[in-house]
Write a protein that binds this ligand. Structure first.
Ligand SMILES: Nc1ncnc2c1ncn2[C@@H]1O[C@H](COP(=O)(O)OP(=O)(O)OP(=O)(O)O)[C@@H](O)[C@H]1O
Length: 369
């Protein structure tokens, strides 16, 4: 979505993960093209939110990045590069199984929705942390392992004596905290969270997210946060990638996006949840449903649901274009924002034009076509 040349280099802008033109299919009589040319860049220490309705490819993208795709899923294109603090680059797709196992815990870890599935029900919490340390920090002495485990539990707000508990003895919220502590055990650079609090009640969800935010500030890891809950994402993310039908259709700074999205799909999503400030407004979902990803999609995948669709939308696939808006990089894949296609009548254009003096729309490096 963004090319490195577009930003001044600096610690705050340092890239930790760069994914380019990722394609994933689920094999079948007619393959499902679940991820279609997604590119993004994750900066060190930031929260990148990935938004979109159910079935738009968020989880498939997460599995692709972590190389956890299982048949019938298959990555059919793209590259993923990890950059460590001293600038060395690792090609994730070239790692063998052993290097990948090490990489997963120590550089990049994951927290998924179901903590119960992530924890072994017949092994104590302490033992499960111990297994991670034995595998990845073989030099650690047993008492050091226990000390570190206790510290990690306390770090996520759990009594250290819970090291002796079994998962079923903990509440859902506590289990999810344990999973987060495990994900942080080896101090990774990146944590991918896929609907990490969706199964929990809102109070517990809030407590856990506050905890994650505090830990991120303390430890400096980056987060890719995936949820269909756009309100939540806007609140916790620095930047947002909005996915539709396997593509990123808008990529923007979160705060600015909440005030004025460029893509009609994002605008629809924003109208579908209550305003965080409590301002009353009519909630309108987006009519219709996403396209069948087994079809060969021509033109804009959102055209059939878009109230602004015009001539090129059904024939020409919109490019993800840099809009040059304040707070950017900010890009959107919509002909309304493309000077080559934009209709002359401004009244039909829901999106503000690029800021005066900004670069004219140009294809974003690695963006989908
Ligand atoms: N095992 C599978 N076999 C075939 N198709 C699949 C499989 N898993 C997912 N898909 C399809 O891939 C597409 C993307 O699904 P994915 O779960 O990645 O979306 P998502 O945005 O994460 O949705 P959700 O929020 O519901 O998890 C969907 O069309 C889905 O039906």
């Amino acid at each position: 979505m963004t090319g490195p040349a577009e930003h001044a280099a600096g610690p705050a802008e340092e890239t930790v993960l760069r994914a380019r033109d990722i394609h994933v299919e689920y094999d079948g009589e007619r393959p499902t093209r679940a991820v279609r040319g997604v590119s993004f860049e994750l900066r060190r220490g930031e929260v990148l939110g990935i938004a979109g309705e159910s079935g738009c490819g968020k989880s498939t993208l997460a599995y692709a990045i972590t190389r956890m795709l299982k048949a019938p899923a298959r990555m059919t294109g793209g590259s993923i590069a990890f950059h460590d603090r001293d600038g060395a680059e690792t090609d994730l797709l070239a790692l063998d199984d052993e290097s990948l196992r090490t990489f997963r815990w120590s550089r990049l870890s994951m927290v998924f929705q179901s903590a119960m599935n992530a924890l072994n029900p017949v092994t104590s919490i302490g033992r499960q942390f111990g297994d991670i340390f034995r595998a990845h920090r073989p030099e650690m002495e047993p008492d050091e392992r226990e000390k570190r485990t206790r510290a990690l539990l306390e770090m996520v707000g759990i009594d250290a004596d819970r090291v002796r508990s079994y998962p079923h003895e903990l509440s859902g919220g506590m289990r999810q905290r344990v999973v987060i502590a495990m994900a942080l055990a080896l101090e990774p650079d990146i944590v991918i969270m896929d609907e990490p609090t969706t199964a929990l009640d809102v109070v517990v969800q809030r407590e856990i997210l506050d905890e994650v935010e505090r830990l991120r500030e303390e430890l400096g890891f980056s987060v890719i946060f995936i949820t269909h809950d756009l309100g939540l994402l806007l609140e916790i993310s620095d930047r947002l990638a909005v996915m539709y039908a396997g593509e990123v259709v808008e990529y923007a700074p979160a705060e600015e996006l909440a005030a004025g999205a460029a893509h009609p799909y994002t605008q629809g999503l924003l109208r579908s949840f209550p305003d965080l400030t409590g301002v009353r407004r009519e909630l309108r979902g987006i009519p219709g449903s996403p396209p069948d990803l087994r079809e060969n999609l021509v033109g804009c995948a959102f055209a059939d649901r878009c109230e602004h669709a015009f001539e090129p939308c059904r024939s020409t696939t919109p490019r993800l274009l840099e809009l040059g808006r304040e707070g950017g990089p900010w890009s959107a894949a919509c002909h309304l924002n493309d000077p080559a296609h934009r209709p002359p009548a401004p009244a039909t254009d829901p999106a503000p034009a690029p800021a005066p003096g900004s670069p004219t729309a140009e294809t974003v490096e690695g963006g989908q076509r």
